[in-house]
Design a protein around this ligand. Structure first.
Ligand code: SIN
Length: 554
């Protein structure tokens, strides 16, 4: 039985002051929002008869995928099996993974690897077999990698090469989703350099990534402002588990935005976390030590840093040797050297940093959301595979597996198609300078919704977010829309974290430091027709069964 209450009372339907019927219209079968691994895997899997476009908010390679280092998890070696991968995923997820979704993930991993290889992706090999390494929370070496630590870049290159470049619309921002009178998603309002326009589509797929930019220190590139997730909420789609934000234990402690990741695979190959005096950090904390699930390592580091008044610790990769470091981790080595650190001889300064949005748009096993015609995949989605803490290198895998499932649904005749009209609606000039508000919001989120949270701080934050109601400001520029989206999701994260009076996975409350049986449930956010955003506690398994059939919209 769901327990429902009000998260906040006034979320407007749109962040733009325009009547879509006056906008130029392009009609497609499928509109894919996002050009990372999930969006491109879908584009590469759609039937050639279908018309589709992939929207890229900036340049198509400006998202998280090309920056992904460690790799792609798949139980493909003779000494591994999907059941072990499932178990590791469920353990890392701290009681909130959906077992059906994890089963799909691990069972379809080998096929996902085959798909990527057919797309031209070259994973590294050792003695003829795919080379595998270890990362945190995995009981076996099952992480495929490419280009040393440039796995995401190689995957992105392979997938992008499979898609006709004319189908990728760069510098095109998703403003809002369009729905018909029945609430079916029928397209989107988008903005590019020529202004606003409408793209109608029989299916819209949000592959638009996470909301890492909610935080001041993050590995997420500037594009990750949660635009798809916020637009879905405004349109009436259910979101789940926004309070679960993953902090990666080892981002390079160097003043860059985004922060550079120091891949967990370094610890998989033998690098060691050390405190200010060279002491070990995770000894006695967990049997897997530095390779425990990420939430546990990040918290152990945070505790050590707080106790000693430090703002970072160290990763000692000197034991790997210069040759291994340069061959296996060229990205990390280059970033370290740019920061004046020689990783073969110096300890690397590292600190836990916001890395991944575990919650998102609620989907079933086929990527269908609670709104007919709308699908979600990748970091924008909450498929149930990550629970309260994502297992390392399961995210690239999830993007491919669920994109292929959505393609299976959509590869049927769709209504729609047609040529774009020539009109457009030029945007008014930039209206507000929102830089200050955006930076302030990110700083507050970092302060109050970080590795360690308290009810007291969350309450103050939620009240402060209410005052500005920034989520309702109508905008006419990307910066304004991004701020509205960030403010919407900040409110969702804060309310979810405040309400969840327990500690579980990546969500740690100093004032409620243990998990509670009562809270072994999801929190689902939904906007009703009047603009009230309600939040419900929903038992595992149940809410996904109520989603509309994945065949809807065909
Ligand atoms: C890493 O290389 O440590 C990141 C992999 C991931 O985010 O799963």
């Amino acid at each position: 039985m769901a327990i429902t209450d009000l998260a906040w009372p006034n979320l407007s339907r749109s962040i733009v002051d325009v009547d879509p019927k006056f906008l130029a219209v392009e009609a497609l079968d499928v509109l894919i929002v996002g050009s990372g691994i999930a969006g491109l895997s879908l584009g590469a899997s759609l039937d050639s008869k279908l018309s589709f476009a992939v929207l890229a908010k900036e340049s198509p390679d400006d998202g998280s995928t090309p920056r992904a280092q460690g790799g792609f998890a798949a139980a493909i070696s003779p000494w591994d099996n999907p059941a072990d991968h499932l178990l590791d995923t469920m353990i890392a997820g701290a009681g909130l993974c959906e077992i059906d979704a994890v089963t799909v993930l691990v069972q379809e991993a080998a096929a996902a690897v085959g798909f990527l290889e057919r797309c031209g992706v070259t994973f590294e090999r050792s003695e003829g077999s795919l080379a595998l390494t270890l990362e945190g929370g995995h009981g076996r070496a099952r992480i495929l990698h490419a280009g040393g630590d440039a796995t995401g870049a190689e995957i992105w290159r392979g997938l992008a090469g499979r898609i006709d470049p004319s189908r990728i619309y760069g510098d095109t921002f998703l403003v809002d989703l369009l729905t018909d009178a029945q609430g079916t998603v029928v397209g989107a309002i988008v903005a590019d350099s020529s202004g606003l326009r409408t793209i109608k589509a029989s299916a819209v797929v949000l592959a638009s990534g996470g909301a890492g930019r909610l935080f001041a220190q993050t590995t997420a590139p500037p594009a990750c402002t949660g635009d798809g997730i916020a637009a879905a909420l405004r349109a009436g789609a259910a979101l789940a588990d926004l309070e679960f934000i993953q902090f990666h234990p080892t981002a390079l402690y160097f003043d860059s935005d985004p922060r550079t990741l120091v891949s967990e695979a370094l610890r998989g190959e033998g690098a060691i976390l050390r405190g200010a005096h060279g002491e070990l950090v995770t000894q006695g904390v967990h049997p897997l030590g530095d390779l425990a699930p990420r939430d546990i390592v990040a918290r152990a580091m945070f505790a050590r840093m707080s106790a000693q008044g430090l703002d970072h610790l160290y990763l000692d990769a000197t034991g790997l040797g210069a040759e291994t470091l340069e061959r296996r981790f060229p990205t990390v080595v280059a970033a370290c050297r740019a920061a004046g650190i020689e990783p073969s001889t110096d300890f690397i300064p590292v600190a836990p940093t916001t890395h991944y949005t575990m919650g998102g748009v609620l989907t079933d096993l086929w990527g269908a959301t609670s709104l007919p015609g709308l699908y979600a995949v990748g970091e924008a989605a909450s498929t149930g595979v990550h629970g309260a803490n994502r297992l390392a290198s399961n995210s690239l895998l999830e993007g491919v597996v669920f994109a292929r499932r959505i393609a299976e649904t959509l590869n049927h005749p769709l209504v729609g198609g047609g040529a774009p009209l020539a009109l457009n609606n030029p945007l008014r000039p930039f209206a507000r300078d929102v830089k200050f508000e955006t930076e302030y919001l990110r700083a507050k989120m970092t302060e109050d919704v970080g590795v360690v949270r308290t009810g007291e701080h969350l309450e103050v934050l939620a009240a402060e977010l209410d005052k500005g109601a920034l989520w309702n400001h109508k905008g006419s520029s990307v910066a304004e829309w991004e701020l509205a989206n960030l403010a919407t999701l900040a409110r969702g994260v804060a309310v979810g974290a405040l309400r969840r009076e327990e500690s579980r996975g990546s969500h740690f409350r100093a004032d409620a430091p243990e998990p509670k049986d009562f809270w072994q449930c999801h929190q689902v956010l939904e906007r009703n027709a009047e603009g009230f955003v309600e939040i419900s506690s929903v038992p595992l398994g149940s809410e996904r069964a109520d989603l509309p059939s994945s065949a809807v919209g065909l």
